[in-house]
Design a protein around this ligand. Structure first.
Ligand SMILES: *Cc1c(COP(=O)(O)O)cnc(C)c1O
Length: 422
């Protein structure tokens, strides 16, 4: 029988978990892009609401989730934890594989967990318009949904290549009332400068972020919203790992290996951060970030200060980066095509608390197809990197003849990405 753990609505976590309270080291501060001096947090309120800036630097361990956000979480949370028994049988592994499924959210990925929180905090401080970027469209659709829920207008700069190749997500954003333009666009001076050089430019996340920030700086009623990388985004995603902990406890299981795919680090961070205290107290948990070889920020990047965007408008963040001008090849996992990585994830990797591994697109797709056939869920192309990681671990357990508990996050479904699978 399929093993599945569902929590009750009342068991949705009441607080997000802030790992910064428990780390035995401090993060390096963001630097001002002009002076290269540490940036006072107030400076960030030009683009973010005060409550999110406070969360960005908070050292409080638990941050209460506001009631209106909890009410929206209850639309799709708690999300289920499945044991991948069909996959285990196919692999003939002695390992027990579990996956948390975030694809049950309204827009099909974990991104709604932070989109709802960000829309709420913007609404209560008087923001009228949210501006953002999106790659494959997962983040854009999550923010448009959240904007519709909390009464905010949402503008999305969508990486042009995805805008053209993945129209479904564009329709979804429009369904929720969002305004979507392909980036680079003629709406910003940075976009126009790029289009002059090359009218067909495929775009990148870094370019779209620059366009979104430029737009926000010219409209006092607008704020910027980022779907990954920053501390407050990872914070909101910890509902994933906190629920996994409760679900594993019900099963009487302790994880040996935890994996997530890694683009900017939000679903990975949200999954693993609640386990960091266990790791720090000596439990031998292997924590693995899975990324594409086509955009290998954690495995091949340098650990240094870099901009979050291509134009160099964001604060400088200390992170593993391939350089702000890196334009990754057009792999299907659009959400993993980011040059940098979350500062929290980067620091944990640098300090040896977590590991990172890169997979070729072919291996990820094979893993995704196997998973779809045996477990009955079509994974998002991004999530298939976590599946590839879990399958490698399960094969290793078979070779070593050891029972192991492997847990991974299935960050979204791939029903809008089917063209990637043919
Ligand atoms: C955006 C996205 C990712 C990558 O972003 P992270 O911030 O690294 O989580 C992974 N999976 C899905 C389904 C996504 O939409």
């Amino acid at each position: 029988m399929r093993i599945r753990v569902d929590l009750k609505c009342e068991e949705i976590p009441r607080c997000w978990y802030n790992v910064l309270a428990d780390l035995p080291f401090k993060l390096d501060p963001p630097l001002d892009p002009k002076t290269r001096k540490p940036m006072p947090p107030e400076a960030l309120t030009a683009i973010f609401p005060p409550a999110l800036v406070e969360q960005e630097i908070s050292d409080k361990r638990e941050i209460p989730i506001p009631e209106p956000v909890l009410k929206e979480y209850a639309v799709y949370r708690p999300t289920p934890l499945y044991r991948a028994t069909y996959l285990e049988e196919y692999l003939q592994t002695p390992a027990r594989i579990y996956y948390k499924y975030e694809g049950v959210s309204p827009t099909g990925s974990h991104k709604t967990n932070t989109a709802l929180a960000q829309a709420y905090y913007n609404k209560i401080c008087g923001t009228e318009r949210l501006v953002t970027e999106t790659g494959a469209g997962q983040w854009g659709s999550a923010l448009c949904y959240a904007g519709a829920k909390f009464g905010l207008k949402v503008d999305v700069f969508m990486v042009r290549i995805s805008y053209e190749q993945k129209p479904m997500r564009k329709y979804l954003m429009k369904l929720y009332g969002g305004d979507v333009v392909p980036s680079p666009s003629d709406r910003t001076s940075f976009g126009r400068s790029l289009l002059e050089k090359n009218g067909e430019m495929p775009g990148s996340l870094g370019i779209a972020i620059s366009e979104a920030i430029e737009t926000v700086l010219s409209d006092p009623k607008a704020k910027y919203s980022l779907g990954s990388v920053l501390n407050h985004v990872l914070l909101h995603q910890t509902v994933i790992g906190l629920e996994i902990k409760k679900q594993l406890k019900i099963l009487g299981e302790e994880p040996d290996v935890i994996l997530g795919c890694h683009g900017g680090g939000s679903n990975f961070g949200g999954t693993v951060l609640p386990f960091i205290p266990d790791k720090l107290s000596g439990k031998p948990i292997k924590i693995v970030a899975c990324e594409p070889t086509a955009c290998p920020s954690l495995t091949k990047g340098r650990y240094d200060y870099d901009y979050g965007d291509t134009a160099g408008m964001t604060p400088l963040l200390k992170m593993y980066t391939l350089g702000k001008d890196f334009i990754p090849p057009k792999i299907h996992a659009g959400g993993l095509r980011y040059h940098g990585a979350a500062p929290i994830v980067s620091k944990l990797l640098h300090e040896g608390l977590i590991e990172a591994i890169a997979f070729d697109q072919d291996e990820a797709f094979e893993a995704a197809k196997t998973f779809a056939k045996f477990e009955g869920i079509v994974p998002a192309p991004e999530s298939s990197y976590a599946i590839a990681g879990a399958i490698r671990e399960a094969k290793k357990a078979k070779e070593e003849k050891v029972e192991k508990v492997i847990v991974f996050n299935l960050s979204g479904h791939g029903l809008f990405d089917l063209s990637a699978y043919v």
